[in-house]
Design a protein around this ligand. Structure first.
Ligand code: SF4
Length: 357
């Protein structure tokens, strides 16, 4: 099983972000105490060894390396194959990276997003391109051999030339995994407000699709396997933890707002750090939950399966897929699985919705 630990603290908010996070950094230690208490209470919940740990956020690198060590120690790493931590390039120092490596972190997910300083500034990131390059270098020196970076495309005013330069810069880093996301204008974010006021212009859909296509081609040429819509890895470096989410392996989510999935029951902690801290410390935490029905499980298998290069076994699909196959948006693999084609990925949500029951 997997364990996800949510660290909701950020030094400052990025303009596009609608994730659950807070800048109340003074609450970090109280939060970690609650996290460690929750781990002790729940780590045996799924009755399976912990094989992957993912410390995500927010910005986990806003914790002291010592706090990261305490979290990992509380979980125990006897059978953990992959221990990932998200890192903001602005937080990287040699000492920090060496200490978290010694604490057991063996995979980093670095939020680079872009190598263009003007774009980083535009979306409110607090690091620059040089810091990103140096963070990867320092991580290599600290002994990290498994690194992922996040890249964003379709940023306001971003040109294809800049996007191509970003891909080349990413490949020069010699990392093993790349996650990419087209910018989304989420309701209530500062960036959406700027768009609505006419102060920034989103890139058009055609350019966004062309950027995605170029990405798939370029990373394919560089030997990366496109194993999920947003994820590319050198062979053998696919994220094991994310695999839990895609193949139904149980996982326990620790921390405010974290979701768990054990025995067809999905549950989640409150998305408020004070409610979470007091609930854990007083033993009164209310966790909401839902039991997935057969229908829910089917819909999830379509939704998640079609996002991966493994697809969904043809025999398991209940909806009418023939017209999608005829129009070249889905296709069948040699082993009888249905997968989305590149063209299909552009409208994947529509296809998924059509095949759900
Ligand atoms: S660092 Fe991540 S979680 Fe924090 S505000 Fe930026 S995008 Fe959101």
């Amino acid at each position: 099983m997997g364990i996800y630990v949510h660290i909701p603290f950020c030094k400052k908010r990025c303009l596009y972000c609608d994730f659950f996070s807070t800048t109340l950094l003074e609450r970090r230690e109280a939060y970690i105490e609650a996290v460690i208490t929750e781990i002790a209470a729940r780590r045996n919940e799924a009755d399976e060894p912990v094989r992957t740990i993912y410390i995500g956020g927010g910005t986990p690198s806003q914790l002291q390396a010592e706090q990261i060590r305490r979290i990992i120690e509380a979980i125990g790493t006897d059978e953990a194959k992959e221990i990932t931590m998200e890192l903001n390039p602005g937080d990287a120092t040699n000492e920090y990276l060496q200490t978290i490596r010694q604490a057991g972190v063996n995979r980093l997910s670095i939020g680079i997003q872009s190598f263009q300083d003007r774009l980083l500034e535009l979306i409110g990131r607090r690091h620059n391109a040089q810091q990103a390059i140096e963070a990867v270098q320092m991580a290599k020196e600290a002994g990290f051999e498994n690194m992922s970076i996040d890249l964003m495309y379709a940023l306001p005013t971003q040109t294809m030339k800049e996007w191509k330069a970003d891909m080349e810069a990413a490949l020069r880093l010699g990392i093993q995994h790349i996650s990419t996301y087209g910018l989304m204008y989420e309701e209530g974010t500062a960036l959406t407000q700027l768009r609505d006021q006419g102060q920034i212009t989103p890139v058009d859909e055609e350019t966004e699709n062309a950027m995605y296509d170029r990405l798939c081609e370029r990373l394919g040429q560089a030997g990366f396997v496109h194993y999920e819509v947003s994820n590319f890895a050198l062979p053998g470096y696919e994220s094991k933890h994310n695999g839990c989410y895609w193949n139904g392996t149980p996982y326990i989510g620790i921390g405010a707002g974290a979701h768990s999935y054990v025995g067809h029951i999905r549950s989640w902690n409150p998305s408020d750090i004070e409610t979470y801290i007091s609930g854990i410390i007083n033993g009164t935490l209310q966790r909401e939950s839902e039991t997935l029905t057969e229908r829910d499980l089917y819909n999830e298998s379509i939704m998640l399966g079609l996002r991966t290069n493994k697809g969904v076994p043809r025999s398991q699909i209940k909806g009418d897929m023939e017209h999608w196959i005829a129009s070249g948006l889905l296709c069948q693999t040699a082993d009888g699985h249905i997968v989305a084609t590149r063209k299909g990925i552009h409208i994947l949500n529509r296809i998924i919705e059509d095949l759900m029951i």
